[in-house]
Design a protein around this ligand. Structure first.
Ligand SMILES: [Zn+2]
Length: 494
């Protein structure tokens, strides 16, 4: 099926054929959340892009080992915990849990490992020790720094200009601008009020960059296939990861570096002062399905800036409804003599277009266009009753196949639709009377309770299916602080 997967490698600045180290297997590392707040929609853009990459590699037959770190000790988490007067663990735990919940809501496949930085201090200490022994790191005032002039390849990933570099200039901050390129902290001396570890390289705590170098090699080896992140990570984070890992291990760190572009909201950079920093919960509270969010996030190529607007989100919802309506009509096809052969060339062309699009550096716009062309071509056949039940089944199966990559398809209506008793709310059922308004209210309430129960049990697929069913009834849910509110908005237009 198809040719080679081609991916843009930040290291070469070119789109390259993807060749894995081991045939049929991919080792993937993606920089995870710094758990000092709830991720915003820009963070989710990067995580959804990484999920699309991983799902496509799986679709193309690769086995993928995926590691995502959880940064639970760095400047930001330490500041947050100290401001609140709680331990690092107490402070980060709710954010780690929220990350997992939102990840499931967005149907992002879980990684194989989620190493936490605080659980890997010995690995980091070992790496820093190696860098000291090799003479590329030095001690200063209780901290340990990486000497970037000892690593000639420094700057290759971010293409920074090292001409103005002042030798020996140092910085302790985990994040800094390209203009202030300098020796960076591998290990930071203890400070009053900050957590620290007693180790063989002295007391202190790790810098942010060393976390990823130590944890990636532990789970994926010294050289692995793909490392992802947002373009913000290129400098200094990923540049420093390369320096640490390659100076310590003497082998190439990563073959392919993939970076996702920024997300802006209404054309503007997200900022608390502008009130345009949206979390996933903020968006879902407005009645959107998480798959609308996912559809919007994947509809723009990952190397382009994505402008998040609610108009664009409405368009994504409409696109999903088109798929849902189309699948609904296919499911309604009944047994009669038809022409199965008529749909097969369209499925074939759609599969080829979908795969070729994603092979081309994950060109999702092209892949989605192939899917909508299929809908456009099959719709007239459906209207004329020329699609057999078997043919309809083949189109439905094709959508199931590609949805393993996209994960945006509306959930099929369950057999229980209309049967309230299935949702297990005795009160709701008991209130059922002849009054249609009351009947509707009871039915909606029963379903909302079932959805809450499903969410409590982390059965998000079922919770989403119930939301979808309610939407089909013209009922929109709003998750508020005071519980779930609903309103009748009329049936979505076909
Ligand atoms: Zn990282």
């Amino acid at each position: 099926m198809g040719g080679m997967i081609r991916l843009h490698n930040t290291l070469s600045g070119k789109v390259e054929d993807f060749v894995s180290l081991e045939p049929g297997k991919v080792k993937l590392y993606t920089c995870g959340p710094t758990v000092y707040n709830f991720p915003h929609i820009g963070n989710w853009r990067a995580y959804v892009f990484e999920d699309l990459l991983k799902r496509f590699l799986l679709f193309r037959g690769f086995q993928v080992t995926h590691v995502m770190n959880i940064t639970d000790v760095d400047d930001k988490t330490i500041r947050g915990a100290s401001d609140k007067g709680v331990s690092l663990d107490e402070y980060t735990r709710p954010f780690i849990e929220a990350f997992g919940r939102d990840r499931d809501t967005l149907d992002i496949l879980p990684a194989d490992h989620y190493p936490r930085a605080t659980a890997h201090i010995p690995e980091m200490v070992r790496l820093v020790k190696t860098l000291l022994e090799k003479g590329v790191a030095y001690r200063k005032d209780g901290s340990i720094y990486f000497a970037i002039d000892k690593f000639p390849a420094y700057g290759r990933l971010s293409k920074i200009n090292l001409e103005d570099l002042r030798p020996g200039s140092r910085g302790d901050a985990d994040e800094y601008e390209k203009e202030s390129v300098h020796d960076f902290a591998l290990w930071k001396a203890p400070k009053a009020g900050e957590p620290f570890w007693e180790t063989e390289i002295g007391p202190g705590r790790p810098g942010w960059h060393i976390e990823c170098s130590a944890m990636s090699s532990k789970y994926l080896g010294q050289t692995f296939d793909i490392h992802c992140g947002g373009i913000d990570n290129i400098f200094p984070h990923h540049e420093n990861e390369i320096a640490q890992s390659e100076a310590a291990n003497g082998v190439k760190f990563v073959n392919y570096w993939l970076h996702c572009h920024h997300l802006v909201v209404d054309g503007q950079k997200m900022a608390k002062s502008r009130g345009n920093v949206y979390t996933l919960a903020d968006i879902l509270a407005k009645g959107y399905d998480p798959r609308d969010v996912r559809t919007l996030l994947i509809s723009v190529h990952y190397r382009k800036m994505l402008n998040f607007t609610f108009d664009a989100l409405d368009q994504a919802r409409t696109a999903r409804q088109r798929i849902g309506n189309f699948l609904g009509e296919l499911r309604d096809v009944t047994e009669k003599p038809g022409e199965t052969a008529a749909v097969e060339p369209f499925i074939h062309a759609a599969r080829a277009g979908f795969t070729a699009g994603l092979d081309d550096d994950l060109n999702t716009a092209e892949a989605l266009a192939a899917v909508f062309t299929l809908i456009k071509n099959v719709n007239p056949l459906l209207a004329r009753g020329e699609v057999s039940k078997e043919g309809a089944g083949k189109v439905i199966a094709f959508f199931a196949e590609i949805d393993k990559v996209l994960a945006i398809k509306p959930a099929p209506p369950t057999a229980a639709s209309g049967k309230i008793g299935e949702y297990g709310s005795p009160q709701g059922t008991a209130e059922l009377g002849a009054d249609p308004e009351k009947r509707l209210e009871a039915e909606v309430q029963a379903r909302i309770e079932s959805r809450q129960k499903a969410r409590a049990e982390k059965d998000f697929a079922r919770a989403d299916a119930i939301r979808e069913e309610l939407l089909a009834m013209g009922i929109v849910l709003e998750d508020t602080k005071d519980g779930v509110r609903w309103k009748k908005v009329g049936l979505p237009r076909a």
